[in-house]
Ligand binder design. Structure first.
Ligand code: F6P
Length: 533
């Protein structure tokens, strides 16, 4: 099968069989019930669990049976998920709307091992061989620079100016590994928002002589980042700073724009690295400064182990594939509109925000890669909050609300702190929530009744380390990829963010009095006038 002509999920035999199976087994009287499923099958937990690099995944408390799993796996086969996967790993231009290869995996494929499977049969295309050579050079230069910054006593603060994928991934990783005690060296800060309050709050804490600004933007044209970079440079000059080249470094694919800005050096990367997949590339510079090159290599090694699992494991035991199939099952058959991400680790408190971009920007599409309107629903809402805090906010709704929301618990078996008692209580709370959602409870009053049969997944890491985090994030990337492959959408473009940017430019002109607002709607005109008053 050619990756360009793969069937979409709803064009397969498995899809029709899944529809029949769902109606027969998951609706009406006698519908599938998790409590019964466990009572009838002592091996259910083992049968629906997978051990992959750095992650033990228990999928058994999900609304799925053997037949559904079998048919879903058949669906992945019929859709040619592995064909598209191998095309991605081999550097084919699978991002068709932008005519680009998808290359983030290459940035972690030391010795090319992640792609060896596809290469053995096809031979690596020349573009990928050249790219790998460039990656090796850039990566070692970037890591050497990061280690020099770490060793430079004169630099106390590093500020990453970037937004979206140029912020969320690095910010998540630095936050996570800071909680795990892996970070050292200068303080690393992140500023993303167009809202000047974020930068204005940070600047007074900085010393002009000991601060390094990273301007991180693949396009070097994103309004938020350019605005923050201009303000940071103005502040730098106003404070008497003169050596812009030493105190501003850029990470971008747009060399010309970087040169015009005047950054001292630029770590470049190829256009095939999508923003939300870019933390492995030089966009990971703030990570490398925070954890050092050796730990950065561990992060890459964790991701690489997951890449190898994804590239080689059979579909039935392939965790990214099985999680994506479950996502499809919930969205297109059960009709669930959202998925809750509940990391029970303080270090992972930025995970929901990171996943929102990864999943909703990748698969929040209403047309397929061939331009056809999808006759089914795509990306649900990804949302969540760190546990146990979430229990005291929205878990009421998860237990007794009118919507069923699958919950994903992410746990680390070992903590990085020495405080007695906390971690046992934390893990107990996570496992208790998963069990309570499933078991429910008969109530002596309607308001004390818990329906139960509510689904959840548990992902267990040994501890939160560069390696396990690398594996976890690669797992999520591949899961989003598989889901997009099943739905037939292009997971690597994001045209949906463009329109708002254009309107913002026009409205900014109107707010400064430069645009006439002719033909605009009365609401926008009224609001602009109100702001200008
Ligand atoms: O919001 C759209 C987007 O293009 C994201 O996909 C991307 O991660 C972000 O903006 C930042 O883009 P850049 O790195 O080019 O500044």
């Amino acid at each position: 099968m050619n990756w360009r002509h793969r069937p979409r999920c709803d064009e397969t035999l498995a899809w029709a069989a899944l529809q029949r199976h769902f109606t027969q087994r998951f609706t009406g009287a006698g519908a599938f019930d998790l409590r019964q499923a466990f009572a009838q099958d002592a091996g259910r937990a083992a049968s629906f669990s997978l051990d992959v690099p750095q992650v033990h995944a228990d999928l058994s408390k999900n609304l799925i049976d053997d037949e559904a799993r079998h048919l879903l796996t058949q669906l992945a086969q019929e859709c040619g998920v592995t064909v598209l996967r191998d095309a991605m790993l081999a550097g084919e231009r699978i991002n068709t709307s932008e005519n680009r290869a998808v290359t983030h995996v290459q940035w972690r494929s030391k010795s090319n091992r992640a792609t060896s499977h596809a290469e053995q049969s096809q031979g690596a295309p020349e573009n990928i061989v050249d790219l790998r050579r460039e990656i090796t050079g850039t990566q070692s230069a970037m890591l050497a620079y990061a280690d020099r910054v770490r060793a430079d006593q004169a630099i106390t603060d590093v500020v990453n100016l970037g937004v979206g994928g140029s912020d969320l991934g690095p910010r998540l990783v630095v936050t996570a590994l800071r909680a795990s005690g892996v970070t050292s060296g200068p303080r690393v800060h992140f500023v993303a928002n167009m809202d000047g309050h974020e930068l204005a709050e940070l600047l007074p804490q900085l010393d002009v002589d000991s601060t390094l600004f990273i301007v991180a933007s693949k396009s070097f044209g994103t309004a938020e980042t350019m605005q923050n970079a201009a303000s940071a440079r103005a502040w730098f000059s106003a404070q008497g700073g003169t050596d812009v080249a030493r105190h501003f470094v850029a990470v971008s694919s747009n060399a010309a724009a970087v040169e015009a800005f005047g950054a001292g050096r630029c770590f470049a990367f190829d256009e095939g690295v999508g923003g939300r997949y870019s933390l492995w590339s030089p966009i990971g510079l703030p990570i490398a400064i925070a954890i050092g090159s050796a730990a950065f290599h561990d992060l890459l090694a964790g991701a690489r182990a997951m890449d190898e699992h994804f590239a080689q494991a059979p579909l039935t035991g392939n965790l990214p594939v099985q999680l994506a199939l479950l996502d499809l099952w919930y969205r297109n058959f059960h009709g669930f509109g959202s998925r809750c991400v509940a990391p029970y680790h303080h270090g992972l408190r930025r995970l929901p925000a990171y996943l929102q971009q990864l999943e909703m920007e990748s698969n929040g599409k209403r047309i397929d890669a061939r331009g056809r309107v999808l006759p089914f629903q795509s990306a649900p809402i990804t949302w969540g909050e760190v546990g146990s805090n979430g229990q005291h906010a929205f878990f009421q709704m998860l237990h007794q609300g009118s919507d069923v929301v699958p919950v994903e618990f992410i746990l680390a078996c070992q903590p990085a702190h020495m405080l007695p008692g906390h971690h046992t209580q934390l893990l107990a709370n996570a496992l208790a929530q998963a069990r309570a959602l499933m078991m429910g409870q008969e109530g002596d009053a309607p308001e004390r009744h818990f329906p139960g049969n509510r689904p959840s997944t548990v992902l267990l890491l040994p501890e939160l380390s560069p390696r396990s985090l690398g594996a976890l994030l690669a797992l999520y990337e591949h899961r989003a990829f598989v889901l997009g492959a099943l739905w037939g959408v292009n997971s690597f473009d994001q045209w949906g963010v463009e329109l708002g940017k254009r309107h913002a430019g026009e409205i900014a002109s109107a707010l400064s009095g430069a645009a006439a607002m002719e033909g605009w709607d009365s609401s926008t005109i009224g609001l602009v006038r109100h702001v200008r008053r």
